[in-house]
Design a protein around this ligand. Structure first.
Ligand code: PHB
Length: 397
């Protein structure tokens, strides 16, 4: 059942001994009896803590709806808090891969951590589904038959918003974000479409992740007087940025736009300072499709004291759905990457975001919605980009 490439001699010897004894080991029947070990590597502390919880909730819901099984095997969970700390990514990934000997990895939120995780998954030939982090490298140069994403690439919402803001007639824009892969790539996608539409970025402002000392940068925005601002922030940082932008009195004069993480899972805390904000994302509240309705009901029933489901919960749920599809095709064998890939690449995933497919690089091809904050919800205004596919630059498959 385990990939022969992975150094798991003691377990293999034990399995062989048991096999000799009962004459069953290695057969599909024996495999179905063994639990499928799923390693969740997510942030449970820090600015992205709420995101990690929502992803885990969504994932567990999908597995529960599948009878607690993936590919016919009962699921057993192993968890690591990655703290959104890239410096600890390799060690944390190896806790799951080497110590816990998981069959499947699900993680993570932060792009820098995801790159370390994806490298560990590649080096050890373990199946990985990324339920958030948009790092282009994961489904670019690091793509492979064991690497998938249930979320988005950082480029996607940025590109969609570049088109929207150019069409809305904005010419001179300031961008502001954290200085790391996700911020850089979100602004990169935005720049590509915005410049194509005739706009210009007059200044890119940055601060280190996960700093939230925005005051000096807000003063700079006020003095630059751009037509508008494009931003990527998420989690706790997004809550504070939206409140600070409003408190600085900028909203009335310089409209604020963002990748949808700016207002997803954050509206309870942002309150009135988020009202009316326009963002682009592959999910919105109350989309008109049957899966969304069923998902919201089931989520709230399963987690009555949690926040309402958000994009992160959906991405966790869809990571579970993707694994259910792929592992059904391999009859629960997580080392059969070619068969897993063949099943996923021809699948249409019935997601609360709307149905989506996967590109050859394993990234969702999906609609990017333009959303507007109304009360505590991100309501759909329209589709900013239909079936948008990440260019997956550098993926050779
Ligand atoms: C990322 O680091 O890729 C990232 C983090 C949080 C988000 C979106 C992207 O909400």
């Amino acid at each position: 059942m385990k990939s022969p490439i992975r150094p798991r001699l003691p377990r293999l010897l034990v399995a062989a001994a048991v096999g000799l004894a009962v004459g069953l080991a290695g057969t599909p029947a024996a495999q179905a009896q063994q639990k499928l070990k799923v390693g969740l590597m997510l942030p449970y502390t820090g600015t992205f803590a709420a995101l990690g919880v929502a992803i885990e909730n969504g994932f567990r819901l999908a597995v529960a709806e599948n009878g607690g099984r993936l590919g016919g095997r009962e699921v057993e969970y192993f968890k690591v808090d990655d703290e959104s700390d890239p410096a600890k990514a390799t060690d944390n990934a190896n806790r799951l891969i080497k110590r816990d000997q998981v069959d499947v990895l699900v993680g993570t939120v932060h792009s820098g951590v995801a790159m370390g995780l994806a490298k560990a998954a590649k080096d050890n030939n373990v199946l990985l589904v990324v339920p958030n982090a948009g790092a282009g490298a994961v489904t670019g140069p690091m793509c492979g038959p064991n690497i998938y994403r249930s979320s988005f690439s950082n480029w996607q919402p940025g590109y969609a918003m570049g088109e929207v803001m150019a069409k809305r007639g904005h010419k001179n824009v300031v961008t502001i974000t954290w200085k790391y892969a996700a911020g850089d790539e979100s602004v990169g996608g935005f720049r590509e479409a915005f410049e194509k539409g005739g706009g210009k970025i007059v200044k890119e402002l940055n601060l280190p992740f996960p700093n939230v000392e925005f005051q000096a940068l807000l003063t700079e925005i006020a003095s630059l007087k751009p037509d508008a601002v494009y931003t990527f922030f998420a989690g706790g940082g997004a809550v504070k940025f939206v409140k600070d932008y409003d408190a600085a009195g900028l909203r009335k004069t310089i409209p604020l736009y963002g990748a949808g993480f700016l207002t997803d899972g954050t509206l309870e805390a942002q309150g009135a300072s988020a009202e009316g904000l326009l963002t682009t994302l592959h999910y919105a509240d109350g989309l008109d499709n049957p899966k969304e309705k069923a998902f919201r009901g089931a989520y709230q029933k399963a987690y009555p004291s949690a926040l309402p489901p958000d994009v992160y919960a959906v991405q966790g749920y869809d990571a579970g759905q993707m694994l259910a599809i792929g592992l059904a095709a391999t009859k629960g064998d997580a080392s059969k990457h070619a068969e897993f890939q063949a099943a996923l690449l021809k699948a249409t995933i019935d997601s609360p975001r709307g149905k989506f497919t996967l590109s050859k690089s394993g990234n969702p091809v999906q609609d990017m919605y333009l959303r507007e904050v109304k009360g505590k919800e991100n309501r759909v205004v329209g589709i900013a980009s239909k079936a948008l596919s990440d260019p997956s630059r550098g993926c050779k498959m």
